[in-house]
Design a protein around this ligand. Structure first.
Ligand SMILES: [Mn+2]
Length: 367
């Protein structure tokens, strides 16, 4: 056996070996009972994701709404603010016909229970409704406000909110249909980058449990979507405008105005695969807000913490965890490229790299 095969085996063992499957299951069942007790005191639930939701947010919202309907016997609607713009995410909704709608289509007054998934109170990245969220399920680091809600399951170590929701469905002895199962599976798969990043034993366990229920044809159509021409234009501009810092230690790009906000994280994700790169940063403007995405290869740093420290003072909302984080900052008259430069310099300094414009990723004449 080669060293790399050995390492793979060790990784597989550590990821597949939770403390004790039985104790985890009874803990989940106890939490499920608490969740249902809170839910049953209400009539109509609104399950809200963060704005511009990703597959994990969409799937966990639909999964929780299903759980509330089936096991608490209350009406529940899943909704989101912002837009679903990334091609894979649009395909997910279209191919799977998932029951989630823009928040504007829901009469908020009729709901007496507001639930949040894949985000938490205080984060500020979800559409504001009048009611205070009372039920929160999120794998991101716990926020103090979440701990004051009637029910909360926050703070990881799960790599995806879909993992937490799948555990509750299983504890409630519910089997999701092919559409929901495929959504939850894709939620886990995309948030953990195919179980390769920030993954927990529960992610692997639920991924395997969902696999036989997945509609493989649908999954393939989601993962290989058709994209509009402007997608290629946006990528072309991204590569042309990307800048290298201190060799290939860091790569930054200010995308200018973007046609959908999701192109920003997608580009950051692509650029962090550059050889020798410690982190990537992408910014873009959409509807008078600066969107920022940060991706990290350097395990000694925490992406979420850095983004919060740098972006909060600029008036933005920020979220994220170990290797990936993002922020949204109102431009309020500020110039995108100037603000981007300031932010890039702050990150470069945090990594003790020289600030400044850097060198083009694609030198002139090679593009
Ligand atoms: Mn997530």
């Amino acid at each position: 056996m080669t060293a790399s095969q050995k390492r793979h085996l060790e990784l597989a063992r550590s990821a597949d070996a939770p403390p004790s499957p039985l104790s985890i299951e009874s803990a989940t069942r106890a939490r499920l009972r608490q969740l249902l007790t809170v839910a049953k005191a209400h009539k109509r639930a609104l399950v809200l994701t963060h704005d511009n939701p990703d597959p994990d947010a969409v799937a966990s919202a639909c999964g929780l709404a299903y759980l509330l309907q089936q096991s608490a016997g209350i009406r529940a609607h899943a909704a989101y603010g912002g837009v679903i713009g990334r091609a894979e995410n649009k395909a997910m909704i279209r191919v799977l016909h998932l029951p989630i709608v823009p928040l504007s289509r829901i009469k908020s007054t009729a709901n007496d229970l507001v639930c949040l998934v894949d985000t938490q109170p205080e984060v500020g990245n979800y559409a504001t409704t009048q009611a205070v969220p009372q039920l929160v399920i999120d794998h991101h680091p716990a926020r103090p406000a979440s701990l004051k809600t009637a029910f909360h399951d926050v703070g990881g170590p799960a790599g995806a909110t879909s993992t937490l929701v799948t555990s509750y469905l299983r504890a409630a002895r519910l089997t999701p249909n092919a559409s929901l199962a495929t959504g939850l599976f894709y939620g886990i798969k995309s948030d953990t980058r195919d179980l390769g990043r920030e993954v927990d034993g529960a992610d692997v366990e639920n991924y395997n449990w969902l696999f036989p229920l997945v509609d493989k044809t649908a999954l393939s159509r989601i993962e290989h979507p058709q994209v509009p021409a402007r997608y290629f234009a946006a990528y072309h501009r991204a590569y042309e405008k990307a800048r290298l810092h201190h060799g290939t230690s860091a790569v930054t790009v200010d995308l200018g105005n973007v046609y959908v906000p999701e192109i920003v994280p997608e580009v950051a994700e692509k650029l962090v695969s550059l050889e020798g790169c410690r982190f990537s940063l992408a910014t873009g403007a959409w509807k008078n807000e600066l969107y920022l995405s940060f991706r990290l290869n350097d395990r000694r740093q925490n992406a979420g913490k850095l983004v919060r420290e740098i972006c909060r003072p600029l008036g933005g909302s920020a979220g994220g965890h170990g290797a990936m984080a993002g922020a949204r900052i109102p431009l309020s008259g500020r110039d995108l490229s100037e603000l981007s430069r300031r932010i890039f310099d702050a990150f470069l300094e945090a990594f003790k790299l020289p600030p400044g414009p850097g060198e083009p990723l694609v030198p002139e004449g090679e593009g």
